[in-house]
Structure formats: structure tokens, C-alpha cells
Design a protein around this ligand. Sequence first.
Ligand SMILES: CC(C)(COP(=O)(O)OP(=O)(O)OC[C@H]1O[C@@H](n2cnc3c(N)ncnc32)[C@H](O)[C@@H]1OP(=O)(O)O)[C@@H](O)C(=O)NCCC(=O)NCCS
Length: 186
Amino acid sequence: MHKSLTTRLRDIRSNDHAEIDRLRSDVALQKLLLGAREPITEKASDWLERRSGDGWTSAVTDQTDAFLGYVQIGSIHRDSRTAWFGICLIEKARGRGHGADATQLALSHARDRMNLRKVLLKVRADNPAAQLYGKIGFRTVGTLCEEYDSGDSIHDVKIMEILLGGQAGEPSIRHQPASAMDLRTR
Ligand SMILES: CC(C)(COP(=O)(O)OP(=O)(O)OC[C@H]1O[C@@H](n2cnc3c(N)ncnc32)[C@H](O)[C@@H]1OP(=O)(O)O)[C@@H](O)C(=O)NCCC(=O)NCCS
């Protein structure tokens, strides 16, 4: 049962970096995210700087304003106005509706503020997050067989996409802050 709570997106602050470093150095979590098999040593500040070149990263928070995780829209194709989505919440924030609501907020941001037309994602086939995306409206467009080698096992990876609307020939918009976004969950 979900508690009544608010999910918000806000810009990432320097005092969020320690939590981001912790998430990125969690090898089991990174393997779920199709990431590195060894602890990542790149600092959060460097990672965020690197990712800002072709996308947008935002903190997920609630009414307390505490850092609960992040969402990303990256690898933007500027002419086609498509991009790839990612999300990771800290453990204690999971299972309370923040993931679904933060995904919806990120899609709103992609459509309304970045003028994107389509958002795609990759998810390890055994990750229950795939159910979340399906409920939101992503459809599975294919499965990459034996795509990701975690070191212990080899995993299929689903590719999912959601269309956001939009006409041909419109420009994409590079980045706008997320500070005004707010959504109350169940
Ligand atoms: C995946 C993640 C973002 C989901 O966020 P969340 O806040 O835990 O999920 P929600 O509470 O919003 O759940 C929404 C739906 O997702 C599905 N879901 C999410 N996590 C699940 C789990 N561990 N087991 C089963 N279903 C799950 C359910 O269908 C759920 O709907 P329900 O509450 O009606 O049953 C979060 O758990 C997370 O950060 N996990 C680790 C990183 C990760 O896997 N990221 C995704 C990579 S593609």
C-alpha cells in the first residue's frame, strides 16, 4: 500500500553528491542498471558534468526535499527529438510510488520542456522495473538476447519506448530547470 506522499523533481545540489557516489559504487545495483561490474570511482560532480553534455539529470525528492534518487533523460537525438531514460532511487525510497511518479514527471519534462517526441529505455529483463514502465505506457519493442554480462550471468535486455506526441521538424530544447515540478501521489 502506498503512503500519501508527494514526488517532486529538483536540480541536483552538491550535498546530494555523496548519495550519488554511494549509488554508483554499489556494484549489485550497477549490474541491475546494466552498468559497470567494478565499483565506479568517477566522482558524482564529474559524472554529472559529463552527462550534462547530452542530457538532463534531476534529483527525485518529496516534501522533505531530501535526495531520494535521480532521473535522467540522455543520449538525445536533437533532430529526431528522441532520448533515453534512466532512474535510480535510494533503497529506502523504493516501493512507495516515487518511481512511477518520478518517471511520469520526467516524461512531462521531456515533452513540455525539452520538446522531445519519444523516450526509450533499456531494462534488464529480470528487473521488476519493467512492470512499472509497462503500467506507465511504455511498450516493449524488442528483447536483446544475452546482451548484458554481469560477470556472474548473462541477461536479456528489453528495449521499451513511449511516444510523447509532436510534429515533424520542430527543434528540441536543450535544458530547462525542473524546480517547478510537483506531483502528489495516491
Ligand atoms: C525501479 C525503481 C525506480 C521503481 O521505483 P519504486 O518507487 O520502487 O516503484 P513504485 O513504488 O513506483 O512501483 C510502481 C510499480 O512498479 C512495479 N515494481 C517496482 N518495483 C518492483 C519490485 N521490486 N517488485 C515488483 N514490482 C515492482 C510494480 O508494478 C509497481 O506497481 P504497484 O505498486 O501497483 O504494484 C526503483 O525500485 C529503483 O530505483 N530500483 C533500483 C534501480 C533500478 O532498477 N532502476 C531501473 C533501471 S531500468
